[in-house]
Design a protein around this ligand. Structure first.
Ligand code: ATP
Ligand code: MG
Length: 248
């Protein structure tokens, strides 16, 4: 490693440490207090105060999400993101992510189609994060879609999860770039998005020996496809843990 690389790596480690502790610790506490206040104020007769608390909670949740995404990106760049692998049914991953998005966004409606139990050796929290990022993209970038379809199936000996919308799509020349960190295909009107969602999602899927691809047609919509290896049959050994980082 050259001295320049070593300095960069040290800087990244410091960045992770600052993000992960100095920033995240008070922010997590603050978020907890805001959640408590919001719950307390639900019974308040003053609707304006409750409305303000709801907005504070939304912004606080967004800030936590941004810091977590920055931290994940720094960890990925530094190969310091660890998976906790276990045998999981992808149905619960899909259900968890869909419920979360439904609870914060009333539309477009999310329609789910599932082909029965689909077992993989994976990190359920991280895979749910992947699906959340794709669903949030549907809600945020394709809000005019009639519905967002999530389909979980087995095909060619692999598990597949497709997330499809009928939004504005992504121009063909932009498609390969949207997986780069901090890249956004259109100038964003709304603050608070970093262009990290697809980068993080693809890295997490790659760390599961899977792939994440987007197909999109302008004016028609976007389809994201996650392909993951099915769990090994029980006789051939259990899951292990592994570090993940960007592929070279
Ligand atoms: N379903 C979609 N429909 C249209 N455009 C999309 C869709 N998904 C992603 N994009 C485009 O790809 C870009 C990158 O997506 P990505 O999820 O990485 O970042 P983001 O959504 O802008 O921000 P973040 O996910 O960090 O909040 C988006 O800014 C948007 O331009
Ligand atoms: Mg996104």
């Amino acid at each position: 490693m050259s001295s320049k690389d070593a300095a960069r790596s040290e800087l990244q480690e410091q960045f992770i440490a600052v993000l992960g502790h100095e920033l995240r610790t008070p922010l997590t506490a603050l978020h907890g207090y805001v959640q408590l206040l919001h719950r307390q104020l639900a019974a308040s007769p003053d609707e304006m105060v409750y409305g303000l608390a709801t907005r504070a909670l939304q912004q606080s949740r967004r800030l936590v999400g941004l810091v977590e995404d920055l931290l994940d990106t720094a960890r990925l760049e530094n190969r310091a993101l660890t998976l906790e692998l276990e045998r999981i049914d992808l149905r619960s991953v899909v259900d968890g992510a869909v419920e979360t998005v439904r609870s914060v966004a009333a539309k477009p409606p999310i329609e789910v189609e599932v082909d029965g139990a689909i077992l993989v050796d994976g990190d359920s929290r991280r895979l749910e994060q992947v699906l959340l990022n794709l669903l949030k993209n549907g809600v945020e970038h394709a809000s005019e879609s009639k519905h967002i379809d999530v389909r979980l199936t087995k095909r060619n000996g692999m598990a597949e999860i497709a997330v499809e919308d009928q939004g504005p799509g992504i121009p063909e020349e932009e498609l390969p770039k949207v997986f780069s960190p901090f890249y956004q295909a259109r100038p964003r009107a709304r603050a608070g998005a970093l262009g990290l969602g697809l980068f993080i999602a693809r890295e997490i899927v790659a760390a599961h020996q899977g792939s994440l691809e987007l197909r999109s047609e302008e004016g028609k919509g976007t389809r994201a496809l996650i392909v993951l290896p099915l769990a090994d049959p029980p006789a051939s050994g259990g899951p292990s843990t592994g570090d993940i980082g960007p592929r070279s």
